[in-house]
Design a protein around this ligand. Structure first.
Ligand code: MIC
Ligand code: SF4
Length: 643
């Protein structure tokens, strides 16, 4: 077996290990973050379970840490008290970004991790099968229910050779994105192998698996070897190490070879992590802002590299340079060894250890700015400035641009080759801000902004209504449910619903509510790869609240598809993609006997009453997904199945 198959086999609860079949796996660990976590724990509470069933669960506070108003602080208090009640570890704001801290302190090779954040696959860098999911799926895992996935097709990426100076693991994943793009990879997992693996440290591997999320694959994973052992040892956690490698005769559905030695520094250019070009092809453009941080590139090695590059230099007057260390551990270590002073002397604005600029929580660049960032997503407007152009790059390229104030290939800097920053023999360990305190009698705190998760309605037999919105390809969850300044409403569904599709069409929520008031259904028509990006289930909960009943698309991304089902919105795929062009916004559609069709039909016929024709859609759903939709969502389904 390959590594993916070995981990699934050792966690299999239900199903057959054959590509395309649904399998249920046991989840060993969970993680949540505050922006998805409040809703996830409210959903967990709604299940009336008395104990958690995982080996380890951690609740991180890292997204909404700006606290403009009482809302975020109230959510944090709720999260801390519920963690205490159920014996969930709580990582306080300031302790760091969930994926970075989890890799440092809790991730273990061979284990499964389910996280309510799409970049959970960061854990693949340490040999975990780490999967991102909606909050409700994580709540189910906490309650001891298995996680359902389609048994994946496995892509082996065979790494050979060694990266040249100034070329990094970020350039590896940007190259993979160039090869595979951000769409069409649903149902795959990526497994790395080959001699080149041995040239990459755990944080470098984690940068690659982290941004595997942008490919749309279920997860990515590296073997666990002596490099994994040394990393765990440096974190005082070598007891948890196990070797993990594919059998010599392991089979794969596809193999790609990459010679690391041939790669060059790359950018993802605006506005998609899949728009890749070489840094050398853009040199000379003026840069307005450089941001180093995020769960992709904020490790000790990343920050030390940047600090060494800028040491003794001064920031160009026109440029803003932002640095956010990934964790308290990283922060503490660069402060102790003086690298923090080098960054400050250069002119860096030091942010707390949190998502910050990556999620548009501050540091919005100026109008029309060019911003070079080390994070993983550059969707239009995500930075907080709709007209900004965000380029994603390695810390080395970002630092080179910060030094010169323009786009610069780090290889062309007049600088001696940097000595590679090695993983320290011992990291600075202090878990005082990620504590476990169990107290069954604690009173759970609920601020005024925190509401109950919405209750779904049983699927109606017939639906009639309007296509309220028709959108094109690659609509991201940032288009559907913006974060940034709207993040603080994550626990207040009626309020947050006022901003659904805000960047696309501000009139969307009101138009939906009008139809809902008249008992008419709302439908959305979309192109390829609908729901790319984040795991935020609010991109399904809030449309459901507005009365959206079905999405008809050319294709839908994995996590978003699961979230739609969990909240009772029917995902439908055009049988003939050309029909997308034959229907338009405002068309009136009729879905007759849909509840009946949901029981077992593969193909379903929708009537377009405005244009007087019919078109076919595929219901690519398994039995369990159909039952969830019929019940009006996963919470209803669970309460029926496990009364
Ligand atoms: C993101 O990077 O988009 C987020 C914010 O981390 C999301 C989760 C969320 O929306 O809260 C993700 O990646 O899942
Ligand atoms: Fe946080 Fe950005 Fe990572 Fe999402 S991608 S978890 S917002 S740092």
């Amino acid at each position: 077996m390959n590594i993916v198959q070995k981990i699934i086999a050792s966690h299999l609860i239900e199903g057959e290990m054959k590509a395309g079949e649904t399998v249920a796996i046991k989840i060993d660990q969970t993680l949540t973050q505050d922006a998805t976590g409040t809703m996830a724990y409210l959903e967990f509470e709604a299940m009336n379970v008395t104990e958690i069933s995982t080996e380890l669960s951690v609740s991180y506070v890292d997204h909404n840490t700006s606290q403009m108003g009482f809302e975020n602080a109230d959510d944090h208090k709720y999260l801390q008290t519920i963690a205490e009640k159920f014996g969930i570890r709580y990582s306080k704001a300031g302790n760091g970004i969930c994926h970075q801290v989890h890799l440092e302190r809790f991730g273990l090779p061979g284990k499964t991790l389910l996280g309510s954040d799409s970049h959970t696959p960061t854990g693949g860098g340490i040999g975990m099968m780490a999967i991102g999911a909606g909050g409700l799926d994580v709540a189910c895992a906490l309650a001891g229910l298995p996680f359902y996935i389609t048994f994946p097709k496995v892509l082996k990426i065979n790494l050979t050779g060694k990266l040249q100076n100034w070329v990094t693991s970020k350039d590896v994943i940007l190259y993979i994105l160039e090869l595979l793009s951000t769409k069409g990879n649903v149902g795959w997992m990526v497994e790395f192998g080959g001699d080149g693996v041995q040239t990459l440290s755990v944080p470098e591997r984690a940068t690659i698996t982290n941004m595997g999320a942008e490919l749309g694959v279920t997860t990515s994973i590296f073997p666990s070897d002596e490099i994994t052992f040394s990393f765990l040892k440096a974190q005082n956690r070598e007891d948890g190490w196990t070797e993990l490698k594919a059998a010599d005769n392991a089979e794969y559905d596809r193999i790609i070879d990459i010679d690391l030695g041939t790669l060059e520094p790359r950018f993802a250019t605006p506005h998609s992590p899949g728009n890749i070009c070489l840094v050398k092809d853009l040199v000379g453009k003026k840069v307005d802002q450089v941001c180093v941080g995020s769960c992709t590139n904020s490790s000790y090695k990343d920050l030390m590299t940047v600090a060494k590059m800028v040491k003794g230099k001064k920031l160009p007057a026109h440029l803003s340079f932002v640095v956010a260390p990934g964790s308290k551990q990283v922060f503490r270590m660069i402060s102790e060894n003086g690298a923090l002073s080098d960054l400050i002397d250069f002119g860096a604005r030091i942010m707390e250890s949190a998502c910050g600029f990556c999620i548009g929580n501050g540091q919005a660049p100026q109008t029309d700015a060019i911003s070079i960032r080390t994070n993983n997503r550059n969707f239009k407007g995500r930075s907080g400035t709709a007209s900004a152009n965000v380029y994603l790059a390695s810390p080395e390229t970002a630092a080179a641009c910060a030094i010169t104030g323009k786009i610069t290939d780090p290889r062309k800097l007049d600088m001696k080759i940097l000595q590679k920053i090695e993983i320290p023999e011992k990291f600075k360990i202090d878990d005082s801000m990620v504590f476990l305190r169990k107290n069954r009698d604690v009173e759970i705190y609920r601020g005024p902004n925190i509401g109950d998760p919405p209750k779904g309605e049983k699927l109606a037999e017939n639906l009639k209504g309007e296509i309220v919105l028709k959108v094109e390809d690659k609509i991201t969850t940032d288009h559907i449910m913006p974060a940034g300044i709207r993040l603080k409403y994550r626990s207040n569904i009626p309020k947050y619903s006022e901003f659904v599709f805000e960047p696309v069409d501000k009139t969307f929520p009101n138009r939906c509510l009008k139809n809902k008031g008249k008992n008419r259904a709302n439908f959305i028509v979309a192109g390829l790869s609908y729901g790319q990006g984040s795991s935020r289930e609010h991109a399904a909960i809030c449309p459901a609240y507005l009365g959206v009943k079905a999405i008809i698309a050319k294709s839908i991304e994995r996590i978003h598809l699961a979230n739609l089902i969990n909240f009772g919105i029917i995902p439908m795929i055009f049988k003939s993609p050309d029909d997308y062009d034959k229907i338009g916004q405002s068309d009136e559609l009729a879905f007759e006997k849909i509840a009946n069709a949901m029981k077992n039909d593969e193909i379903y016929i929708i009537k377009n009453l405005s244009r007087n024709f019919e078109f076919k859609v595929k219901l690519n759903l398994n039995k369990r997904e159909r039952e969830i939709l019929l019940a009006g969502g996963l919470l209803n389904y669970i309460s029926k199945k496990y009364p």
